[in-house]
Write a protein that binds this ligand. Structure first.
Ligand SMILES: [Zn+2]
Ligand SMILES: [Zn+2]
Length: 83
């Protein structure tokens, strides 16, 4: 059964209706992918879905895949002149 796909089609239409044909991430006037915010592809709640362009979409997933947390480089915040 293709329930899931059908739901996604409907959601896509709803999102286009609500937001127009644009990437909901960068605002480009295009979108290519229906992205699941919580990464659960079965959760087709409209709140879990975003229309995004491919560059934005790969950014979302790149974050996940680069498992290593980018250790925030210790910023030189000690610019306190009083020190
Ligand atoms: Zn985008
Ligand atoms: Zn995605």
């Amino acid at each position: 059964m293709n329930r899931n796909k059908d739901t996604q089609k409907v959601r896509k239409k709803q999102l286009i209706y609500l937001h127009g044909i644009m990437c909901m991430c960068c605002g480009e006037e295009r979108f290519d992918v229906l992205h699941h915010i919580n990464k659960n592809v079965k959760d087709n709640n409209i709140k879990n879905l975003m229309l995004v362009c491919i560059p934005c979409h790969s950014r979302y997933h790149a974050n996940k895949e680069s498992g290593k947390k980018k250790a925030r480089q210790a910023r030189h915040t000690s610019t306190n002149p009083l020190q």
